[in-house]
Design a protein around this ligand. Structure first.
Ligand code: PLP
Length: 378
């Protein structure tokens, strides 16, 4: 019996060949492959502009900078997210303001956001948590009239849809992750997509030290034009090695999502018979890629969440505790009003993420389901 992982990246010979080709070309840093990946990603996600960067964290940082978040501003975020969502706000010297999430989707809602908006709110970061599309239109209906920019943290969202389009397509600006824990991977990597040309242009220079001429353009010429640096930028570049992998992964995405949704449907069918467990599901307004397939252990279940994790581990199955509550971590604990995030805390404490990956077979999934069924017996 071998270990069942919670997640495995899906990589093949095509990625190996693509990387080899880049190595042979002699151009390994940001160059033509990055440009090709940006354009293919923009097409796939129905985005007008795509700017490749080193991670979703750096994409979020650039997004907040280009939309104009400055020191002293407030930015609404879910505490129920990976800590990078909140950290990006702190990088800007702004103040994260936590809003609670919905129990069924794990996402911010128009109501939870409206409840914490103030005159100082400059932006809201919404997350498609675990791949579940956030109800973006409802939140924009609250924010747009107040001049509050909605940034979509679509780190988990590649392949999810919202009202018939890819998630992120309806946002003014969105950030994506290509970490191996996500659906589409480049090892590390991220993307910023936006409908605002000026934001895309500024992000493009800021990712490269705010250089007036990109390195790719300079090295393409024998006598390179002189560059200038008009502000303090960053090195947030993606490499052509990563982009070559991303181009292949992007082609695999529809197949990966189809497979994940089939595996999720199998889990859902069995979970219907287990009253102690409630599974994440598609919301009425879209479809999830099930990047994180989570279940909540009912508060009255004889076997609790932690005990279920132990039972899975005993069967050599690697599950994970639910999404974190960022406001419980030391650097951000002072920001939360005690008792103000009951749903966030309930989901963090009561959920677990089940193994789900492209290569998962029936036997592996059957082993997980067998342990889940045991939750009714202590
Ligand atoms: C993974 C994740 C990030 C960070 O992505 P990186 O590419 O690792 O920087 C940010 N936000 C959310 C919601 C995530 O799940």
């Amino acid at each position: 019996m071998s270990r069942v992982n919670v997640m495995l990246p899906y990589l093949g010979e095509e990625e190996i060949e693509a990387v080899t080709e880049v190595l042979r070309s002699g151009w390994v840093a940001q160059g033509p492959r990055v440009a090709a990946f940006e354009s293919a990603f923009a097409t796939a996600m129905q985005a007008e502009h795509a700017v490749a960067v080193s991670s979703c964290t750096t994409a979020l940082h650039l997004a907040l900078e280009v939309v104009g978040v400055r020191a002293g501003d407030e930015v609404v975020v879910p505490s129920f997210s990976f800590i990078a969502t909140t950290n990006a706000v702190v990088y800007q010297g702004a103040t994260p303001v936590f809003a609670d999430v919905d129990l069924t989707t794990g996402n911010l809602t128009a109501e939870t956001v409206a409840g914490v908006l103030t005159a100082r709110t400059r932006a809201v970061i919404v997350v498609d948590q675990g791949g579940v599309p956030v109800d973006l239109d409802a939140i924009r209906a609250v924010c747009d009239p107040r001049g509050v920019t909605v940034v979509e943290d679509a780190a988990c969202g590649a392949g999810s849809t919202y009202r018939g389009r890819p998630v992120g397509a309806g946002a003014e600006i969105a950030a994506w992750s290509f970490h191996p824990r996500k659906i589409l991977t480049t090892g590390e990597g991220g993307m910023l997509t936006t409908s605002v040309p000026a934001w895309a242009a500024r992000a493009r220079t800021l990712r490269e030290h705010a250089m007036s001429v990109s390195a790719a353009d300079r090295h393409g010429q024998v006598l390179a034009p002189a560059e200038s640096y008009d502000e303090v930028g960053f090195n947030y570049r993606m490499t052509d090695l990563q982009a070559a992998v991303g181009l292949v992964q992007l082609q695999r995405l529809p197949g990966i999502v189809e497979r994940r949704r089939a595996l999720a449907a199998t889990y859902a069918k069995h979970l219907e018979e287990i009253p102690e467990l409630r599974a994440v599901a598609d919301p009425p307004w879209g479809t999830s890629n099930f990047q994180s397939y989570w279940v909540e252990v009912h508060p009255t279940s004889p076997v609790g969440r932690d005990e279920l994790l132990v039972r899975l581990a005993e069967a050599d199955i690697s599950a994970r505790r639910g999404i974190m509550s960022t406001h419980r971590q030391p650097p951000h604990a002072h920001l939360a009003v005690p008792g103000s995030l009951p749903v966030t805390e309930r989901l963090t404490d009561g959920t677990l993420i089940l193994p789900l990956f492209h290569q998962m077979d029936e036997t592996q999934q059957g082993r997980v389901i067998d342990v889940l069924v045991s939750v009714g017996t202590d």
